[in-house]
Design a protein around this ligand. Structure first.
Ligand code: GLN
Length: 210
């Protein structure tokens, strides 16, 4: 029996205003193939493109630039509306900053989606450790550590009610969180070659779509 049901194809958009959206599109397609899930992954730039999506990824890049372009392209309010409706959204690095309700050193007037009950600090790792790699324990992904690439990433400084911490660094700094259908990682799973975070997000999308 052919288990593929084309009507239930998951439509996932990767916000393609700036940053490393191409790497996410590739990683997502590969992850879906591995799970045998039919998806349509597309780069999105315009409000009309998000109407029929089942999930969205906001990639890494520069959160100030992505935020400004998001306003310019008329995407801020439609994305906030989708979040209120429970659409699964995963922000990586700059994407996590955009999802946060609070940032303690955002550029003044930096547009955010301001939806996740967390406070983040941009460029939290200073010049010595601006970019680094480390093995993270991420219990929701299983026992094997997840090799994480931090590229001038943020740290999550505080989490509010309803936010689950998925991973911390050895010193306790929170670097991966989930709040309902929102997922945030301070690092870049799309460059790690490890598909498990993409699998995890695809399963959230699948469970919401039902
Ligand atoms: N430092 C960037 C910012 O503040 C994030 C870096 C990244 O996404 N790799 O937006």
């Amino acid at each position: 029996m052919n288990s593929k049901n084309y009507n239930s194809k998951l439509r996932i958009g990767v916000l393609a205003l700036q940053g490393d959206f191409e790497a996410h599109l590739k990683a997502l397609q590969k992850a879906a193939d591995q799970l045998g899930i039919e998806i349509e992954a597309k780069a999105i730039k315009l409000p009309a493109q998000i109407d029929d999506l089942d999930g969205i990824i906001i990639p890494g890049g520069e959160s100030t630039t992505i935020g400004k372009l998001m306003v310019l392209f008329g995407l801020q309010e439609p994305l906030q509306q989708k979040i209120r409706e429970g659409l699964p959204i995963w922000g990586t690095c700059a994407g996590l900053i955009l999802l946060a309700k609070e940032t303690d050193n955002a550029m003044e007037g930096q547009p955010l989606l301001a939806s996740m009950n967390i406070r983040v600090r941009r460029n939290a790792f200073g010049s010595q450790r601006e970019s680094f790699e480390t093995d993270l324990s991420v219990p929701v992904l299983g026992e094997a550590p997840f090799h994480a690439f931090f590229i001038r990433g943020p740290a999550v400084e505080a989490v509010g009610p309803g936010v689950e911490t998925l991973a911390t660094l050895d010193d306790g700094t929170i670097v991966a969180v989930r709040e309902g259908t929102l997922l945030g990682t301070a690092f870049h799973p799309e460059v790690s070659g490890d598909p498990r975070f993409h699998h995890y997000f695809l399963r959230i999308v699948q469970s919401v779509k039902g």
